[in-house]
Design a protein around this ligand. Structure first.
Ligand SMILES: *Cc1c(COP(=O)(O)O)cnc(C)c1O
Length: 363
């Protein structure tokens, strides 16, 4: 059986260092906003090439806190891809703003820059880009449009730690970046965790205050804030795993290369775009008989996953917002997409086996 993901096997590569990090935190007796968080924030900002990193409790909180810290008008509209994980859209609603969905480019699955201008209204305050499945968005036209309309750019970097656009890491491509360290992400904690990256000192200070009860000095609360602190235990784990993030990404890229070269043309494979260094959080292919293909692979001992089976605008939670709207490209992607095994523990032999079985799928 070739598994899709197995966190025991993935974390086994880091086990000794994770145990040592836990022991150090336990002995320190310090669990909230201490040295580990400060150290990881410094290390991750350095890794991305951003001035600041602010650790928070989850990827969703990173998005919500960043959106709120911009101080947009209460009725502001935020442009967001229709083809994303629901959290991108949820964060806008939870922040009190209005999400405006834009269709993807069917080749990249990321937001289509040529559709942005028609979605802009006088109330538009920002564009949220999502580097979905680990592939950076086409930022040059997006940045040009944002600049011309005086819009902020917030990146949802939850699936793209270490991905690069024209030599710059995600998290530095807009005004703020939001990362998730959910355990299965390319950089994953052993629980929930997230962070915000930015080059703007005032914005960073606002995020720091908002994650900690609106407080910058002990027992002084200047704004109504959240309790959304990255905890010390997780920060210690993240420092351990950050040291090997490039190795994880290189491994996933090597496996992706095997799929790209080996899979037959009956499968629609991820496109390779010069200047966009994909980290393959997920390796998605598309096929018109996706469900049949998934069942066939399982019969042959290969587990796969679907990211995602239901588009956000058709989720029960979001019907009140988008019930009458259609996003045909997003729907097409959700109906045909399949994620193949591409974890840190998978070997080239595993991938060769997946390719062999896939290519024998009857047309
Ligand atoms: C995982 C993910 C999130 C949310 O992260 P959590 O840490 O689970 O809150 C947001 N956006 C995208 C695209 C994600 O994949």
């Amino acid at each position: 059986m070739i598994e899709y993901e197995n966190l025991n096997r993935t974390n086994a590569f880091f086990a000794d260092d994770l145990k040592a990090a836990f022991a150090r935190t336990l002995e320190s007796g310090y669990f909230i906003l201490g040295k580990n968080v400060e150290t990881f924030e410094h290390e991750f900002a350095g890794y991305c090439g951003s001035k600041s990193c602010i650790g928070v409790a989850s990827g969703l909180d990173a998005l919500v806190i960043a959106l709120k810290a911009f101080g947009f008008a209460p009725n502001a509209e935020i442009i967001v891809p229709a083809n994303t994980y629901i959290a991108s859209i949820t964060s806008i609603i939870l922040s009190g703003f209005k999400p405006v969905l834009v269709e993807p480019d069917i080749r990249t699955y990321n937001i289509d820059p040529s559709l942005l201008e028609q979605a802009i209204t006088p109330r538009t305050a920002a564009i949220m880009v999502v580097h979905l499945y680990g592939k950076p968005c086409d930022m040059a036209p997006i940045r040009e449009i944002a600049k011309r309309h005086e819009l902020k750019i917030i990146e949802d970097d939850a699936q793209a730690h270490g991905a690069e656009y024209k030599g710059k890491k995600v998290g530095t491509l807009g005004d703020a970046g939001a990362f998730s360290y959910y355990p299965t992400k390319n950089l994953g904690a052993l629980g929930d965790a997230g962070s915000i990256t930015t080059d703007d000192d005032d914005f960073a200070a606002a995020c720091r205050q908002m994650r900690n009860y609106g407080s910058s000095a002990k027992y002084k609360n200047e704004t109504v804030g959240y309790n959304s602190r990255l905890d010390e235990v997780q920060a210690g784990f993240l420092s351990v795993k950050l040291k090997r993030l490039d190795e994880v990404n290189a491994h996933k890229r090597a496996l992706a290369r095997l799929y790209l070269d080996g899979l037959s043309d009956q499968f629609i494979k991820p496109v390779q775009i010069p200047g966009c260094e994909d980290v393959f959080h997920i390796f998605p292919i598309r096929h018109p008989r996706r469900d049949e293909l998934k069942a066939y692979l399982l019969e042959n001992g290969i587990k796969t996953d679907i990211h995602y089976p239901i588009p956000p605008h058709q989720q029960t939670a979001l019907l009140p917002y988008f019930g009458s709207q259609r996003f045909p490209l997003t729907e097409e992607i959700h109906q045909t997409i399949l994620s193949l095994p591409i974890s840190f523990f998978h070997t080239p032999d595993d991938i060769a086996e997946v390719i062999r079985v896939m290519n024998a799928f009857a047309l």
